[in-house]
Design a protein around this ligand. Structure first.
Ligand SMILES: [Fe+2]
Length: 199
C-alpha cells in the first residue's frame, strides 16, 4: 500500500455519520473485491488505475457528504479533504467523480475502476438491509440468492437502491460481470470486514 490508509480512515470516520462511514468501508471492500476478480481474469490493463487508487477512492468517495458540502456532493471532495490537510491524486479523484455520475461534479464512468465504484455504490445499502432482516443481523448469514431475490423481485425493499445503476455492471462496455456474480463479489468482500461495519 502506497498511502497511509489510517489517516484517510480517521478523516472519513471523523467527518461522516456512522452509517455513511460504514457504507464507505463497505464500498472500499467491494471495489477491492471487484479489482481482485477482474485481475484473476486478466482484465486489468495497464490503463487502469492501480489497486491503491481503487481502494482509496472507495474509502473517501463520500467525504463531502456532510456539513456545508453535503448539498453539492460530490463536487467538494477536494475541499472536504483539505479540512484534514489531505489530498488525493487525480487518478483517485476521477474515480470518486464517477461514483456521482448524475450529480454536480460527477463524471461518466469510463475505466473499470470508475464503473465499479458507480455500480457498487448503491448495492452496499441493499446488502446491509438484507443482513438487518435476520434476527442476528449478521452479514455472514446473508446469501447471494437472498440479495438477488430482494434486488429483482422486491423493488420496494431498500427502495433507495438505484437498481438500474447497479445493473449496469452487466454491460459489456461497463464491467461485463453478471449481476449475480457482482453481488457475490460484493457480498463476499463485505463479509470479510463485517465486524468493522457493525454486522
Ligand atoms: Fe456512497
Amino acid at each position: 500500500m502506497n498511502y497511509d490508509r489510517s489517516i484517510y480512515l480517521d478523516a472519513v470516520k471523523e467527518t461522516l455519520e456512522t452509517n455513511i462511514f460504514y457504507h464507505s468501508l463497505a464500498l472500499e471492500a467491494c471495489v477491492g473485491g471487484v479489482y481482485d476478480h477482474l485481475q484473476s481474469e486478466n482484465r486489468i490493463t495497464s490503463n487502469e488505475p492501480k489497486k491503491d487508487d481503487w481502494l482509496l477512492a472507495g474509502l473517501i468517495h463520500d467525504i463531502d457528504y456532510a456539513g456545508e458540502f453535503k448539498d453539492q456532493h460530490p463536487a467538494n471532495t477536494a475541499q472536504a479533504l483539505a479540512k484534514h490537510n489531505l489530498t488525493v491524486s487525480d487518478s483517485v479523484m476521477q474515480i470518486v467523480k464517477a461514483h456521482g455520475w448524475h450529480y454536480p461534479g460527477g463524471l461518466k464512468p469510463e475505466s473499470l475502476a470508475q464503473w465499479t465504484i458507480f455500480c457498487a455504490d448503491s448495492l452496499t445499502g441493499l446488502i446491509i438491509a438484507v443482513a438487518l432482516v435476520y434476527p442476528s443481523k449478521k452479514l455472514s448469514e446473508v446469501k447471494v440468492s437472498s440479495v438477488l431475490k430482494r434486488f429483482l423481485k422486491e423493488p420496494k425493499f431498500a427502495a433507495g437502491t438505484r437498481r438500474e445503476d447497479v445493473k449496469l455492471c452487466e454491460l459489456e462496455t461497463a464491467l461485463n460481470i453478471q449481476l449475480d456474480k457482482f453481488i457475490e463479489i460484493c457480498l463476499g468482500s463485505m463479509q470479510k470486514i463485517a465486524t468493522d461495519i457493525g454486522l
